[in-house]
Design a protein around this ligand. Structure first.
Ligand SMILES: Cc1cc2nc3c(=O)[nH]c(=O)nc-3n(C[C@H](O)[C@H](O)[C@H](O)COP(=O)(O)OP(=O)(O)OC[C@H]3O[C@@H](n4cnc5c(N)ncnc54)[C@H](O)[C@@H]3O)c2cc1C
Length: 409
């Protein structure tokens, strides 16, 4: 008989887990997926492209309903799980229904951080996490709307770009001294700022929000330095926090996220966590690739294969058309590392590669990002780059030609 396996959350990690499990052992588990969002799982990464009107709302579904049916999955979307009883192996749904499980997987993702400043609840203040948020931003952003985006990280900049494409007058307020400081060094960040300015986006760095003001709806963002930025619409993109409420109420160990071991096992037997809600070796990842790796490891583990999750090397691309940015690994360069830099201001192109012990450990690319995935593979594999070190910065084609010559000589 199939063992009942319940997945909480119908996001990207959940879909990948079902895919990995059914590829390995179709029918071994009777899978139920319970998701709060009232739709099939979709590609959240593409929400920025939806907001920028480059992709339609209905084009981002990850798999059609028939795909789920073919795998025998019971899909309960539009349903929230409200409780877990780990003693009797059951989950509670809003409305009172319950589901039994032999294995429970929490894939509840994250939620946007809300700022602790006055005015956060005013109408016109929004976040950017799901399709509902995108619909609300689209409805509010018309031509000449004054929009302020709080947060100059990946999400904030993609929101700013989408709003600018809709004709809004956009300002970005960022706490740090450079944009995307978690992915870019100072030089790449300065180049990015120039590109955004060229698209009409105003950037305020080292700017801290003191309050969001308005009588019946948002009218301005007040900064701590005394400036007021007029706003008809505010998008808060100031970071995310793992969704851990269910796990906490069930007395699972929680750090920032739901703590898991190398098999994505939580502190309670039979309960696993993957994706953005999970914390592995002190790290909560906010990207999809680690969620997919975790889903693969968990599927392998649940079907009896030997597999272990050792953590992920992070890589990011910014989805602002015409601005290619790629960053991976130790892009700043820890003490003791060496750097190769190639910069061409005329071509608005910049490449920095970080090397340690004859291996590539980090990269930042601005402008020409065509070799990003090759650099990422080199970082992940930890392969020696000594035979093509002289050419590595010029990209894969040249470096590989150089290696062939070296080997032939
Ligand atoms: C605009 C945007 C752009 C992004 N761009 C990139 C990018 O370029 N590259 C990248 O790697 N990552 C990107 N990300 C991040 C990426 O989307 C996430 O890392 C990924 O979706 C994580 O998958 P997940 O399954 O852990 O969480 P999610 O996809 O968030 O899924 C979690 C689901 O669980 C549901 N849920 C939560 N609690 C409950 C409950 N109690 N009951 C039922 N359901 C529940 C939620 O409603 C949600 O649908 C982006 C994110 C956003 C918002």
């Amino acid at each position: 008989m199939s063992e009942p396996l319940v997945i909480v959350g119908n996001g990207m990690a959940a879909m990948r887990l079902v895919e990995e499990l059914s590829a390995r052992a179709l029918g071994r588990f009777a899978i139920a997926v319970v998701g709060e969002e009232p739709r099939l799982a979709y590609n959240r990464v593409l929400l920025s492209s939806v907001l920028a009107r480059e992709v339609a709302h209905d084009e981002i579904e990850l798999k059609p309903a028939a795909w789920w049916r073919a795998r025998g999955v019971t899909l309960l979307y539009g349903h929230r799980v409200t409780g877990i009883d780990a003693d009797i192996h059951r989950v509670w749904l809003a409305g009172g229904a319950t589901l039994p499980y032999a294995r429970l997987v929490l894939a509840t993702g994250s939620r946007p951080i809300r700022l602790g400043v006055p005015g956060m609840d005013l109408p016109g203040v929004m976040t950017f996490r799901d399709l509902g948020d995108v619909a609300a931003i689209e409805a509010a952003a018309t031509k000449h709307t004054k929009a302020v985006v709080i947060g100059g990280g990946l999400l904030g900049l993609e929101a700013a770009y989408g709003l600018a494409r809709a004709g809004a007058e956009v300002a970005v307020v960022h706490l740090m001294d450079r944009l995307m400081e978690r992915q870019l060094d100072a030089r790449a960040a300065a180049m990015l700022e120039q590109e955004l300015k060229a698209r009409g986006i105003v950037v305020h760095l080292e700017a801290e929000t003191a309050a969001i003001r308005g009588a019946s709806r948002v009218e301005a963002v007040a900064l701590k330095d005394g400036r007021d930025l007029a706003a008809d619409l505010v998008v808060v993109a100031a970071g995310i926090r793992p969704n851990v409420d269910l796990a906490r109420a069930a007395a699972l160990d929680i750090g920032r996220g739901i703590m898991v071991d190398d098999h994505m096992q939580t502190s309670k037997a039979g309960i696993h966590a993957i994706g953005e809600c999970a914390e592995h070796r002190g790290i909560c990842y906010g990207l999809v690739e680690p969620a997919y790796e975790q889903a693969r490891v968990l599927a392998a583990h649940l079907t009896g294969e030997a597999a272990r999750y050792d953590g992920s090397v992070l890589a990011t691309n910014l989805k602002v058309s015409g601005v290619s940015v790629f960053s991976a690994g130790d892009f700043l360069g820890a003490p003791g590392t060496e750097q190769i830099v190639l910069s061409d201001a005329g071509l608005r192109s910049y490449k920095k590669l970080v090397i340690a012990n004859g291996r590539l450990v980090g990269a930042v690319l601005f402008g020409d990002t065509a070799d990003g995935l090759w650099y990422l593979d080199l970082i992940r594999s930890g392969a020696s780059i000594e035979t093509f070190r002289d050419d590595i910065v010029f990209g894969r084609a040249l470096a590989e030609r150089a290696t062939v010559k070296t080997l032939a000589a």
